[in-house]
Design a binder for this molecule. Structure first.
Ligand SMILES: Cc1cc2nc3c(=O)[nH]c(=O)nc-3n(C[C@H](O)[C@H](O)[C@H](O)COP(=O)(O)OP(=O)(O)OC[C@H]3O[C@@H](n4cnc5c(N)ncnc54)[C@H](O)[C@@H]3O)c2cc1C
Length: 309
């Protein structure tokens, strides 16, 4: 049994989900190779317990994300019975592309994985749980915070591989992405606004808090449908993105079941709503009953004070 883990990175370092991927692979036994695109986090990956080898893949195409260039570069290095990645939007895309190139089945957003491979994943916005038996070799993406992370103390060998792809596409994407903000599906912290924000220009108040926290800004469907300025890519929920950040801050969002479907698995939920009866408080770990006009400046001020002390 051998597993290749595609490492996840964030802001130039290894994302903690990588340890969870290794933890899931370790539970199945066998050798584990971690591939670090762009070489990011390869030293840290080598220190994760259970990792047999780290392949640090370097090349110009990794300076910015382009699925085609990345999967072309990574595919030849991926081998074994199982390919694991996180289920972030980017990793899902790369995993699908690699799986297609290798002609192996792919199962996304898995929350439990047993020998065989028997994979469990929520479907229909979490209303049902599906168990899939996947033949080996296969590619599986794992939902964050669903698996115990492997510990530290490893000392795996690091092999550096240089790849070079046509970077034209990557450069175009870099230009297009310049100025774009962190996507909700990649963020550890998300602050989302709903119809209660009153208008699209008021989202600037969410961006101010997001800048302090390094968070992504999301939105409810009502906000996306009502205001052209709020793009669908920001929508969280049943017909938007499913997110599992460590902290989800819902501002002026009532907490309709379709919104909850996309964010209720967040580790901590903070709700700000002027209506104490708003259903969002039913799933929130922390609640502030106030208007956002009152709450956000205080929250921002407190955060700045905390960070500067
Ligand atoms: C098939 C289907 C799929 C759907 N998919 C999605 C989806 O993916 N995502 C999604 O979000 N919705 C989805 N919806 C829509 C969903 O049912 C709700 O209509 C939507 O989530 C409501 O958005 P909201 O909470 O922003 O607005 P509202 O329900 O209008 O709530 C606004 C909230 O803001 C509060 N508020 C008002 N003013 C302030 C203020 N100044 N300060 C603080 N709080 C204030 C109010 O008390 C209220 O609770 C879907 C619906 C259907 C039928």
């Amino acid at each position: 049994m051998s597993t290749t883990v595609i490492a996840e990175s964030s802001n130039g370092s290894l994302h903690p989900i990588t340890s969870q991927l290794v933890g899931a692979a370790s539970a199945l036994g066998g050798s584990i190779t971690v591939i670090c695109p762009g070489g990011i986090g390869s030293t840290d990956a080598a220190q994760i317990s259970g990792v047999s080898k780290v392949i640090s893949v370097e090349g110009d195409c990794f300076h910015t994300y382009d699925c085609m260039a990345w999967s072309e570069s990574l595919s030849p290095l991926v081998e074994g019975d199982l390919i694991l990645s996180s289920s972030s939007a980017m990793s899902r895309e790369i995993l699908s592309s690699i799986a297609a190139k290798k002609g192996v089945p792919v199962v996304q957003d898995v929350t439990n994985l047993a020998e065989g491979f028997s994979a469990t994943r929520p479907i229909y916005s979490g209303k049902a749980i599906e168990e899939v038996r996947v033949p080996s070799p296969c590619a599986i993406s794992l939902r964050p915070n669903s698996f115990e992370p492997a510990g530290g103390g490893g000392d795996a060998e690091i092999v550096t591989v240089n790849v070079s792809q046509d970077i034209t596409v990557a450069v175009k994407q870099a230009l297009a992405k310049a100025g774009e903000r962190l996507d909700v599906s990649e963020a550890d912290i998300i602050i989302s606004g709903g119809r209660g924000m009153g208008g699209p220009s008021n989202f600037s108040h969410l961006y101010e808090v997001a800048d302090v926290l390094g968070a992504a800004v999301g939105a409810s469907r009502a906000a996306v449908d009502t205001w052209d300025e709020i793009p669908h890519s920001m929508q969280v929920g049943q017909t938007g993105k499913t997110v599992t950040p460590n902290l989800y801050i819902a501002v002026g969002i009532s907490g309709a079941i379709q919104h909850l479907a996309g964010m209720r698995s967040s580790k901590y939920i903070l709700a700000i709503n002027k209506d104490p009866e708003a259903p969002i408080f039913g799933v929130a770990d922390y609640g502030i009953v106030a208007t956002w006009e009152e709450a956000l400046p205080v929250l921002k001020g407190q955060l700045l004070e905390m960070l500067s002390s």
